[in-house]
Design a protein around this ligand. Sequence first.
Ligand SMILES: [Zn+2]
Length: 179
Amino acid sequence: MKHYPYEGWILDDIDLDETRRADLEAHLALCPRCAQLSRSLRIALQAIRNAPEQKAPAGFIHKFVSSFESRRRLQERKQARTLAIVFASTALTVVLVSLYVFLPELSLISLAAGAISAVVGLLEGLHHVISFISNAYKNLSPSALIVIGLVFAGWVLLASLTLGLSVWKLAFRKSEVKQ
Ligand SMILES: [Zn+2]
């Protein structure tokens, strides 16, 4: 028995004209296979149409999008901050060097005073850090010290990686703009 084009008509689930409908009905009456197909499809479609609509939780898409946006913004802000630090330290170095080179007699004293106070401040900070570390060394167990050392090393590594990445990204973007 030929099932063409009746299988196609059944599966397409479209409205047939009078002649074709009669044709199909006649075939379904004779052909158990196509009759079964038609019944199964009708049951399946009915089940799909009757299934309750599942709605996403209220505000799901909004929450998803806004959390994505805020994460992206946070990352951009972090990168901008790192870049700003790099720029600021570079600019400061350039300013100090050019002051020293172009205006030696004018700026040497104030520069020296500034440098000395900076060094003193740094040494004071360093002294605090050292006393903190020596206190910690006396009070903490060796394993805790190792953990602290590892965390510190990891932090330094992460900081240098971030710095390197920012500089690399800056160079990369600049070369992209040039092209
Ligand atoms: Zn058939």
